[in-house]
Write a protein that binds this ligand. Structure first.
Ligand SMILES: NC(=O)CC(=O)C(=O)O
Length: 314
């Protein structure tokens, strides 16, 4: 998921400066030099036991917060096995309240209790007769700030390597989300990242579950490309690898900086990455290499067909 975050207002202590997308770019740029914070990427093992997955995620979030993370990111599909048979069984009706959605109830409780922002990876969401691959973002007050439904469903067929059709069960989301979030396969679409960047995003978060074919070939490449093209931070968070699962996740959760540099990463086992994000570096990069100014809008231009008018405050 790509959650795009922008810096918050000056009266908020820098330590709590989880970026929000609402402010104008000018205000964002003005204050971003004071904004440093720690991000925690929880690469979690996922089992068929949903209750255990929720407890386990809670423990990892707490550990990341204890280590100083003010923004914690979970993997794509962390409460359920990544399989079309499981998605309908593990799906939760997020809008129906905490009783109908124990996974998001936990995220709401923990974010409020620890006063951190959580990019809640994704879970299968049931809405009427449809299922979505949905990321919920909770603010420091424990309130749901945004819900992003994966826009680009992951359908792949490489004979002898991997076949997976998310579209068998999931319906694609229709809206980019301004706490700017995308999920996994969304990372493959540079236009989406460019739109987020043009709206002032400083950080894109992609909870993702790449596999043993797509992982080695382009997991890191895509993250570094999105970061370098748009001169911003990119954070990814994968499930840990389970060699016995039907779908074997690649792992390698990573934080990439605005020059496309890998700041922190891990292998495929369960892990919590804690790394620092410093928006002043981002501005420095943009000043030294002003891609936005150099862009030839007279020759080519990205059209944002669906203007992102709904904003979410963190
Ligand atoms: N779960 C996914 O969307 C995986 C993906 O995009 C890939 O390339 O692998």
């Amino acid at each position: 998921m790509a959650s795009a975050f922008r810096p918050q207002q000056a009266r908020i202590p820098p330590a709590l400066a989880i970026p929000i997308p609402l402010l104008t770019k000018a205000i964002g740029n003005l204050f971003c030099f004071i904004y440093r914070f720690k991000i925690g990427l929880c690469q979690l093992t996922v089992t068929p036991d949903k209750e255990r997955n929720i407890k386990h995620a809670r423990k990892a979030i707490k550990e990341a917060a204890q280590k100083g993370a003010q923004l914690v990111v979970l993997p794509e599909i962390w409460n359920s096995p990544y399989s079309n048979d499981s998605f309908p069984v593990y799906a939760e009706d997020i809008d129906a309240g905490h009783d109908a959605s124990p996974s998001t109830a936990m995220l709401a409780e923990v974010s409020g209790q620890l006063k951190i922002t959580i990019v809640g990876g994704s879970i299968p969401e049931r809405c009427g007769d449809k299922l979505y691959n949905t990321c919920c973002i909770f603010g420091t007050d424990g309130k749901l700030k945004a819900k992003h439904r994966k826009i680009h469903l992951f359908d792949i067929d490489i004979p002898g390597k991997i076949t997976f059709m998310e579209s068998k069960t999931f319906t694609a989301g229709e809206t980019p989300t301004i706490v700017d979030t995308g999920i996994c396969h969304d990372i493959c679409f540079e236009e989406l990242a460019m739109i987020y960047a043009s709206r002032g995003a400083h950080l894109l978060c992609y909870p993702g579950a790449f596999n043993m074919t797509s992982g080695p070939s382009h997991w890191e490449l895509l993250q570094r490309s999105r970061a370098a093209d748009n001169q911003l931070y990119v954070a990814t968070c994968s499930p840990a690898r389970d060699a016995g699962a039907g779908y074997i996740a690649w792992g390698h959760s990573t934080l990439v900086g605005p020059f496309g540099e890998v700041i922190a990463t891990t292998e495929h086992d369960e892990d919590i990455i804690i790394a620092e994000i410093d928006y002043s570096i981002l501005e420095q990069r943009r000043t030294r290499l002003p891609l936005a100014k150099q862009r030839r809008g007279d020759l080519y231009r990205l059209v944002d067909i669906r203007r992102l008018d709904a904003h979410c405050r963190l």
